[in-house]
Design a protein around this ligand. Structure first.
Ligand SMILES: C[S@@+](CC[C@H](N)C(=O)[O-])C[C@H]1O[C@@H](n2cnc3c(N)ncnc32)[C@H](O)[C@@H]1O
Length: 271
């Protein structure tokens, strides 16, 4: 099985459970940014950060790893933009379309396609802004992710990546459990991301540490920690147990300072 097939199966098997466990139809962590006082606002905070990266003239937006389309709806409800969401999971696209159909005012503003963002369809081009929330780490090849994102953007276009990045290069079993539990192939440092993106014509212009906005060790997380020995035993048979072990390992990696959660903004070089 290739890395991309592994990710597809993981999301096909787990998406509905992620939606039940999370809030606001998001498949990413809550961020308790300044002024955020509710779980719903915390779930949307990553969307608000992407919204804040839009320039007044931006019209065409690409969501790389769109989940069930919640970010697309968030942006299109607030600005006259057209958003195309791409997901590798065939489970997610009809769900995204169903949720979008509940917002008839946005008809024609949002669309979703099943595709691999490391090998995008040839007609996915000319975007003003592309973003990936907790999707980049799944890329089978980080270089291919940046190459395709650069190809999809117009010159001067912006790429925003919100994801975990590697801080420590020391071998650590917590990082291994995170990688295997969440099907992670592209856990790289900011320096490495900047180098790979630079090779694709994308310049890193900003890197913001969002780690302090996370809430680690919630009661639910403590429960999963207690159940970890059992979950580790089940993870070969259960994609859900695999995801929970990965999530616990990620929390431990954050607490140990092995990773950070960052927003990276890149600009595509003109020409
Ligand atoms: C953690 S979920 C995040 C979903 C969404 N961005 C959100 O924040 O709710 C990761 C997303 O990346 C997508 N994904 C992972 N690898 C992909 C690939 N190679 N091509 C396209 N989508 C991919 C998954 O299908 C899923 O939608």
């Amino acid at each position: 099985m290739t890395a991309s097939e592994g990710v597809r199966r993981y999301y096909d098997a787990n998406t509905r459970k992620f939606l039940l466990a999370g809030s606001q139809r998001t498949i990413h962590r809550e961020l308790w940014g300044p002024g955020v006082t509710s779980r719903s606002a915390a779930a949307h905070h990553a969307h608000a950060l992407v919204f804040g990266e839009l320039r007044p003239e931006d019209r065409r937006v690409l969501d790389l790893g769109c989940g069930v389309g919640t970010a697309a709806l968030y942006l299109a409800e607030r600005r006259p933009v057209e958003v195309l969401g791409i997901s590798i999971s065939p489970e997610q696209i009809p769900l995204a379309e169903r949720y979008a159909a509940r917002a008839p005012a946005l008809l024609g503003s949002v669309a979703f396609r099943e595709a691999d963002f490391t090998s995008l369809p040839a007609d996915v081009t000319g975007f003003d802004l592309a973003f990936a929330i907790e999707a980049f780490v799944h890329a089978a090849s980080a270089a291919a992710f940046f190459r395709e994102a650069a190809r999809a953007l117009r010159p001067g276009g912006v790429l925003v990546v919100i994801d975990d990045v590697l801080v420590s290069t020391a071998a650590d079993s917590r990082l291994e459990d995170f990688r295997s539990g969440w099907n992670v192939s592209s856990l790289v440092s900011v320096t490495e991301a900047a180098r790979l993106a630079g090779g694709a014509g994308l310049d890193l212009v900003r890197s913001v540490d969002l780690s302090p906005l996370q809430r680690l060790g919630r009661p639910r997380d403590r429960l999963i920690r207690l159940a970890r020995p059992v979950l580790r035993g089940l993870r070969r048979r259960s994609p859900w147990a695999q995801a929970l072990v990965g999530g616990d390992a990620l929390q431990q990696s954050h607490l140990a300072g092995l990773v950070e959660y960052r927003l990276l903004r890149f600009t595509r070089r003109p020409g």
